[in-house]
Design a protein around this ligand. Structure first.
Ligand SMILES: *Cc1c(COP(=O)(O)O)cnc(C)c1O
Length: 394
């Protein structure tokens, strides 16, 4: 039996920084551009190619990505947008930034993803046009069937934002047998990613929006940087460049500073080069957990043959969750809970949501625990985690 002193702390998720990453950042530090230089575009191109999408816009974090998406899709006061209660609050908050209203739909308890039958039933029961859009979340790395969502969205005139923060490299197989990568813009209008250190690719803070829609892409570029353009062919005031001078630029709309720096972009490029390999490690770790928990009283979320999970999180479902969480902590294993349902947050309760509104999400929340899942988790460490969980649950 291994003792807890054999290992340092084992968190639920962790970034992995190697010498190539450090060298990449140092080289930007020595260059002319700490921000607004060439690394951002290079990162965007590399990321778009990894995902298999036409356009990518790097931004300061995943939440800024969501905010820009709701802005370009026209969310405004009173507009209603649907999302899932089992997600990070930012998936809903972005609608509130634009004074829109959030509708939450309960989950499928087997996957913890938004229940598409319930989505359909809700839309059917309301007059057409009652909702503007839907924000789907590939929770834990499990891809939502966006082909299905698109069909529903088209019937009721909704746009789709895919919150793919958990799922770079994940995919599902659509009805034509085609592999559809999370965030590839095939079915969703826009998708977003985060490069917070617990996610697959770490840039400290960072985010990305992906799309195949050129018009939305150009609006996003403008809003990311103050609504200002320096490209003469895009000027509203054609003559100004010649009349005024070479410094001329135009602020055409009210934008933000949601830029990613070149330091972060360089780190992102370097991290992205290992994304495939690291995803493979996540899948191997998941397979070991799957096997270890088979036939035990540790339940796991369902996975299915028609999709490829990106395993941002590995979630187990246990009756005595709090006791297990504390027991693991005593053994220097730091599990986490994903997520406290959005509607149980005091802010959303003030808006009228209450306990009991979404019983399946609430039940899931009572049971869920995210156990260590990151590429550098060693076999020995994972063995120790499994041993402690099984020992506790006997
Ligand atoms: C991390 C995360 C975000 C927010 O990303 P930040 O980069 O932390 O702003 C949004 N949605 C989901 C599902 C996330 O996991």
């Amino acid at each position: 039996m291994l003792s807890s002193s054999t290992f340092k702390n084992i968190p639920y998720g962790k970034q992995e920084i190697n010498q190539a990453d450090i060298d990449a950042v140092v080289s930007v530090l020595k260059s002319d551009f700490l921000t607004q230089g060439p690394s951002v575009l290079e990162f965007e191109k590399a990321f778009a190619s990894y995902i298999g999408v036409n356009y990518a816009v790097a931004v300061s974090n995943g939440t800024a990505a969501l905010h820009l998406c709701t802005l370009v899709l026209g969310v405004s006061k009173g507009k209603k947008v649907i999302t899932t209660p089992i997600t990070f609050a930012a998936s809903a908050n972005c609608v509130r930034y634009c004074e829109g209203e959030i509708e939450l739909i309960d989950i499928d308890p087997e996957t913890a993803l938004i229940d598409l039958d319930k989505l359909y039933a809700l839309l059917k029961a309301k007059p057409k046009g009652a909702y503007s859009g839907i924000i789907t979340v590939d929770f834990a790395g499990y891809p939502v069937d966006l082909e299905k969502v698109r069909k529903i969205a088209d019937e009721f005139g909704l746009w789709i934002i895919e919150d793919a923060c958990h799922a770079p490299g994940g995919y599902f197989i659509d009805s034509k047998g085609v592999k559809q990568n999370c965030g590839n813009g095939q079915y969703a209008d826009l998708a977003i990613f985060s490069f917070h250190p617990v996610k697959h690719i770490a840039t400290g803070e960072g985010g990305m929006i992906t799309t195949n829609n050129k018009e939305l892409y150009q609006k996003l570029l403008l809003l990311r940087s103050h609504g200002i353009t320096k490209e003469p062919e895009k000027f509203v005031n054609d003559a100004a460049l010649i009349e005024q001078g070479g410094w001329y630029m135009e602020m055409q709309t009210l934008g933000y500073n949601y830029r990613l720096s070149d330091l972060q972009a360089a780190l992102g490029i370097s991290q992205l080069a290992r994304a495939k390999e690291n995803l493979k490690k996540r899948k191997q770790i998941a397979a070991v957990y799957d096997k270890a928990f088979e036939g035990t009283n540790i339940k796991i979320l369902k996975n299915n043959q028609k999709s490829s999970h990106a395993y941002h999180l590995y979630v187990i479902l246990v009756e005595n969750r709090k006791a297990l969480y504390n027991y693991l902590r005593e053994n220097n294993i730091f599990s986490q809970v994903h997520y406290i349902p959005v509607h149980l947050m005091p802010y959303y309760q003030e808006l009228g949501w209450k306990k009991g509104d979404l019983p399946l999400a609430e039940k899931y929340y009572e049971l869920c625990l995210s156990i260590p899942m990151y590429p550098s988790l060693s076999m020995e460490e994972q063995g120790f985690v499994i041993e402690k969980i099984l020992n506790f649950s006997k």
